[in-house]
Design a binder for this molecule. Sequence first.
Ligand code: NJP
Length: 247
Amino acid sequence: MSRGWVLVTGASRGIGEATAVRLAKLGFDLVLWARSVDGLAATAAQATAAGVQVRTTAVDVGVSTEVARAARDLADCDQLSGVVLNAGVGRWASLAETPLAEWEATVRTNLDGAYHVLRATVPMLAARRAGLLVGILSDSVLYPQPERAAYTAAKAGMGALLEVVRREVRDRNVRVTAVLPSRVDTYFQGAHPDAAPGTRAGALRADDVAEVVGGLFELPEHVEVRQLHMAAMTSTYGPFPERVMCR
Ligand code: NJP
């Protein structure tokens, strides 16, 4: 029996791909958005194998008209149960070395993209008087680091937007969770233009984040996890030493 539809953005690879597959295994039908048609098809094939319905649309979340067009298909889904705002990009550079085009591209995907997708989907969840919104932010929001002005600002803005939405739709029973991962072994660039799974030693795996997001969808409807900060035990990232001294 269907558990309703979940929209996952940035579902062509990385955390979005893993999350889509995890949610499919939990029985959710899926709407998958990203720009890469081939990547979406590969994710859809894995999700369909779990026996759920899957719809894919090539969408640049930073372009309002594309999101509006894709959202028209969403209206046909009889029950939108949740949204995973996962599409994101980031390239590390100091403020002085961040050209305007890079700043705008980062904000357009991470912050404007969240705005466009939220505007399209929050009314649907609010009308149902149920649903879960999960935003994939970053621990950069908690620990702003040098060399990543555009990314940190965009993700912090997205976090603020999610908090506003939480308060606006709380009385409609819509829950909002911000997930703040430390490093994850995906294609995400950060400081590494050639990043690919297998190149971030000691980081979380995409499946780890997917497992946690899947768990959020399994919670009773009266439970809201508002913020979730996760890191690999092998991570030494962040302002505090995370390595535990073994006796
Ligand atoms: O990265 P990657 P992750 N419109 O590059 C899509 C956050 N995060 O899985 O459009 C629509 O493997 C892109 O698809 P495509 C991070 O900020 C990561 O690690 O086909 N989709 C692909 O499916 C991000 O929010 C780390 O190119 C767009 C996906 O996004 C989320 O995790 C740490 C798009 C990116 O897959 C997933 O990133 C952290 C657009 N305009 C937070 N632009 C980490 N990996 O270390 C991109 O704290 N996508």
